[in-house]
Design a protein around this ligand. Sequence first.
Ligand code: ZN
Ligand code: ZN
Length: 245
Amino acid sequence: MLLKQAFSPLVDLIYPPRCPLCGEGISEQRGLCLSCWSELVIPGEPSCATCQRPLGVDAGEGDGMICAACMAAKPRHDGITAATIYNDTSRKLILAFKHGRKIALAKMLARQITARLPELEGEWLVMPVPLHRLRLWQRGFNQSALLAGEIARLTDQTLLVDGLDRKKPTPALGGLGRKERARVLSGAITTNAKHAYRLKGAQILLVDDVMTSGATSDACIKALRKAGAGTVRIACFARVLDEAL
Ligand SMILES: [Zn+2]
Ligand SMILES: [Zn+2]
C-alpha cells in the first residue's frame, strides 16, 4: 500500500495518458483504449459450479454443472473469480503491470476483478499470493499485494498483506508436470505465525495476478487450511484455461 502511494504520482508523471498496451492516446491514465478492451476475454457462462471454469455452450443448462477437472479431484479452494481468460492481451497487460512498473494499472486490474466477485458477506481477509523476498527486492513490489490492496479497498474488506510467507524461492513452474510442481512448492509457502489468530476460521480472498495451473494457489490454501482458515476463494486477473496444463 505504502509503495503504491509512493509510486503513483511518479507513474502519472512519467507516463502521460496512453493505452498501456498499444500506446494509443486515451483520456484517462487508468484505462485501456477501446480496441484493446475489446481484445480481453471475460469468462462466460455456463460455468463449473465449483471452479467457475467456463464450460462449452453445448454443456447444457442449469446450475450445479461440474467441470472434468473438479470431477476428477475436488479442489481445495471454494471458488475462483477471474476477471479475464488469459490471452495475448491479458498477458501483455500483466507484463506491463509487473515489469513496466505501471503500478497505476493495479487500480484498473483490481476494478475488473472486483466487478466479477460474488458478494462477500461478513468479514473477509484479502490476502496476496506471497513473493519470495529476493523476488520482491528485484521487482520492488509484489504485484499480487497491489491488487489485493485495491480489492480490499473496493470491497471494504481487510487487507492482510503478510499472512502468507514464501520461504524459498521457487523456479518458474511452466513445463513442469502436476507432481513436479507440487514437489517444487512443497514447504515453500507457510502462514505467518504472528497472524495465526486472524486466520482461524477466517473467510479469505486469495489474490493473484495470473492463475496458471493453480499449483501455487493450492500451496497457499494448503497452508491456510493448516492454520484453520475457513472459506478460501481465489481472485485473479487472468486465468489460464489450458487443458494441457
Ligand atoms: Zn490500446
Ligand atoms: Zn471446475
